[in-house]
Design a protein around this ligand. Sequence first.
Ligand SMILES: [Zn+2]
Ligand SMILES: [Zn+2]
Length: 120
Amino acid sequence: MTKQRELILSILKQSDRHLTADEIFFLAKLKMPSIAMATIYNNLNALDEAGVIHRLHIDGVADCFDKLTEPHDHLLCTHCGRIRDVRLPSVRPAIEGDIGTPFSEYELVVHYTCPECARK
Ligand SMILES: [Zn+2]
Ligand SMILES: [Zn+2]
């Protein structure tokens, strides 16, 4: 693994958030000022394809990257945009029962107001 790839992976592993490529670029530059945005993209794509990280796409939100690759769902705060993990029982059996056929994957995003925003 290259130094750049190690750095990008460690940034994701150390964060408790789902980071966008821009955020990873900003954090990587602090440690490796010479790193280029293209390097960030290339490494994120390679890590995603290798299944080491997971690219999360939510409509209307910048793609972000998830260190958690096991199946889980997401909560999106519609006020601050923060994305959190949530583990729900799989709805796969219910969907398959309804459509009558197996399917490859689903992505469940719950839109809500996070506790911090609700307090304001
Ligand atoms: Zn919020
Ligand atoms: Zn996640």
